[in-house]
Write a protein that binds this ligand. Structure first.
Ligand code: P5A
Length: 450
């Protein structure tokens, strides 16, 4: 992509309304534009990152054996009356009337709708286990939408729902989700810690939230610092292996880690003092097991092995896809701008031409652009007639992890400069070697984009 032809409306001024760094940087880098309180348009750079995050979520969900579907954003109130949540959900639910005066709503979550799909089409235990999921816009009329995409009213969520014959099977689904979430967040360059939480309006007793530690997080959290030493890494997981999933679950959840809603001071005090941490975190996901709450209310049964109807055991599982952009930026930035992890970066490398219009420099940049594209990478070539300082500032702001700087002086010696956004370290090397190095760096981070 050539920057001169792209749509990247960066802001010079720091927007006054943004209270936290991720919101500020998303506005300054031209990623989003507010259209109403807590409702945003996604501009090209923001949309590209959103799609990458979404695709990582899809890949990891399908790897775990979950099946993607798409449900509507506008739903009929009738289903919600069946579960009893139409009134109970309160003012967070956006209620709408259609022209016939029928009560409709914009989906804040989809337990009812998916349970209706299930009861209409599944009647035998032989069709279980089943986990259906979607990535879809949600609306919650939050009292205080704030911090940009972090607490929006309209936001993008992955929501998944498991249907199982027994509690034991449903707990395996819970563990499977926990394991696949750990892998999902790590691919985005994030450490998200599972913490015992409160289930709120979704219901049930078993629930974990995934928190990314950040001073600007909305939740107060209490944990044993030993949990931050745990990483998922590149382990091989067989998601059908009940014992393996339970083992990972246990490894990641037995150390003390709780949000303020479930915090237990006496238990916390059993953690050695030097490992006790009180901090803030951003909730980027939550998993629930709620048994037969919805299947009882809505008559979602299957015929069991003995021929008798049994209500299915269910859970639901959510990832805050749009919130993740904010969380990643909170966790990865410096004074000059964003620093994207390789897995979610909108472009793989920036190319900065120090002397636009110089025949040799232009040709070298174009050749680099073509070579990177041929290798399956996406470069952003700053081909504007601008000062080098301005070009560097834009690249730093938008946070591409790697920058190739091309100028007449280097080219005389046959080299370009490759700079890491994270460390600021540069090395001079021939253009082909720079391409080869980037191919190597990204070989484990290739995610379908736009
Ligand atoms: C699980 C999926 C649910 O709604 N039902 C279906 C369950 N869970 S949840 O915890 O309420 O939401 C899942 C994740 O969505 C993100 N999220 C938000 N993101 C941005 N703005 C909001 N207002 C917002 N509300 C929830 C969070 O990451 C949450 O973990």
């Amino acid at each position: 992509m050539r920057l001169s032809r792209y749509f990247l409306p960066v802001l010079k001024e720091t927007p006054a309304e943004a209270q936290i760094v991720s919101h500020r940087l998303m506005l300054r880098a031209g990623m989003i534009k507010q259209s109403a309180a807590g409702i945003y348009s996604w501009l090209p750079l923001g949309f590209k990152v959103l799609r990458k995050i979404e695709n990582i979520v899809h890949e990891e969900q399908m790897r775990a054996g979950h099946i993607p579907i798409q449900m509507p954003t506008i739903q009929s109130a009738d289903l919600w009356r069946e579960s009893g949540r139409y009134e109970a959900y309160g003012d967070e639910m956006l209620r709408i009337k259609d022209r016939g005066g029928r009560d409709m709503l914009f989906t804040p979550t989809a337990e009812e709708l998916v349970t209706d799909i299930f009861r209409s089409h599944v009647s035998s235990y032989k069709d279980l286990p089943l986990t259906l999921y979607q990535i879809q816009w949600k609306f919650r009329d939050e009292v205080r939408p704030r911090f940009g995409v972090m607490r929006g009213r309209e936001f993008y969520m992955k929501d998944g729902y498991n249907f199982d014959l027994t509690k034991e099977d449903a707990l395996h689904a819970y563990n499977r989700h926990l394991v696949s979430y750990l892998r999902t967040y790590e691919r985005m360059g994030l450490q998200a810690i599972p913490m015992r939480a409160d289930s709120g309006p979704i219901g049930g007793d078993d629930t974990h939230e995934f928190l990314v530690l950040a001073d600007t997080g909305e939740s107060e959290v209490f944990y044993d610092s030993a949990v931050t030493d745990l990483t998922f890494g590149d382990r091989e997981i067989n998601y059908d292996d009940v014992a393996q999933c339970a083992g990972v679950m246990e490894e990641f959840t037995t150390k003390y880690a709780r949000t303020d809603e479930t915090h237990d001071e006496a238990l916390f005090n059993e953690v050695p003092e030097e490992r006790r941490r009180v901090a803030r975190g951003i909730e980027v996901g939550q998993i629930f097991y709620f048994g037969t709450k919805y299947s009882d209310a809505m008559g979602a049964t299957v015929q069991g092995p003995d021929g008798k109807p049994v209500p299915v055991h269910m859970g639901s599982h959510g990832i805050g896809v749009s919130r993740l952009l904010g969380a990643i930026i909170e966790a990865s930035h410096d004074d000059n701008g964003i620093i994207w992890p390789e897995g979610v970066t909108p472009f793989h490398a920036g190319i900065v031409n120090l002397k636009q219009g110089d025949e040799e420099a232009d040709a070298a940049c174009e050749a680099l652009e073509a070579a990177l594209e041929a290798a399956g990478l996406e470069p952003l070539y700053d081909d504007r007639k601008e000062r080098a300082g301005g070009k560097f500032a834009t690249m730093d702001l938008i946070g591409l992890p790697w920058r190739i700087t091309v100028g007449p002086r280097g080219l005389k010696n046959g080299v370009v400069e490759l700079t890491s956004r994270r460390t600021g370290e540069s090395e001079e090397l021939p253009p082909e070697a720079a391409v080869a190095k980037l191919v190597e760096i990204y070989k484990d981070h290739m995610v379908k984009g736009l």
